[in-house]
Design a protein around this ligand. Structure first.
Ligand SMILES: [Zn+2]
Length: 245
């Protein structure tokens, strides 16, 4: 019987639920892409500085101790805050976006598993959102884009997926099309404006576009692609219901 070694981790706190008198059960998205649960003993005692950091949206460094029992939950200890993303938590808007963000991440990791790249993109976006409090309209479309990339569902937005003609005008779940190829496509397609396709292309390249952008239209497209790809099996915005404490 193998005993798991303790390990130093970096993680994004997805959720923290009270457990017993003073403990906190946390859901963590680890930097290597794993999603795990761990118990922080005494985290809800007033004197626990680390416990206070175990809020959703905080990036921590800590040690995971597994103990000797195979089925016991890992224990979280010796932790430190790397970034609590307090800026994002100052407003109701910011909190709403944060919980939708974390809920989607948790849902994707449960359905499809995570990886280090999804973690890296997610924390980069959270850092950006934390700084850009005045303009959060691009955050959810960008995280949906990161998830589409993670799932291998992001098309090349620069040309028709079939004939390679530049400036595609329609999108389906399997690619983007010029109007001629879209007419031949038997599946459902949707129109996509040139500015929206251009913005999607920048997201696909890992950019974080600033200034006024057609975020709402892009979000509709990405949201539809996520939903129709079978990721979202519940009711409207169902994947957000897993977030929260
Ligand atoms: Zn074409």
């Amino acid at each position: 019987m193998s005993i798991r070694r303790n390990e130093r981790i970096q993680a994004l706190v997805i959720k923290g639920t009270p457990q017993g008198e003073s403990n906190k059960l946390t859901a963590l998205f680890l930097a290597d892409g794993r999603m795990i649960n761990a118990v922080a003993h005494g985290a809800r005692k007033p004197a626990s500085r680390f416990g206070a950091s175990l809020e959703p949206g905080t990036v921590i460094r800590a040690e995971l101790r597994y103990g000797t029992s195979q089925d016991a939950l890992a224990t979280l200890s010796d932790g430190a805050i790397l970034n609590s993303h307090q800026g994002l938590k100052q407003t109701l808007d910011g909190m709403g976006i944060l919980f939708d963000f974390l809920g989607l991440l948790q849902y994707v990791c449960r359905c499809a598993g995570g990886d280090a790249e999804l973690y890296r993109r997610s924390v980069t976006l959270l850092d950006h959102a934390d700084q850009a409090q005045d303009d959060l309209s691009g955050i959810l479309p960008m995280v949906r884009g990161a998830v589409l990339l993670h799932l291998g569902r992001m098309p090349d937005w620069t040309c028709c997926s079939l004939c390679r003609a530049p400036s595609p005008e329609r999108v389906s779940l399997h690619g983007v099309y010029c109007s001629r190829c879209a007419a031949l496509n038997r599946g459902e397609t949707r129109p996509v404006a040139a500015a929206v396709a251009g913005l999607a292309d920048r997201i696909a390249r890992g950019e974080i576009p600033l200034g006024v952008q057609p975020w709402g239209q892009l979000d509709d497209v990405f949201d539809w692609m996520l939903e129709a790809s079978g990721l979202r099996q519940e009711n409207n915005r169902g994947y957000t219901t897993h977030a929260g404490r």
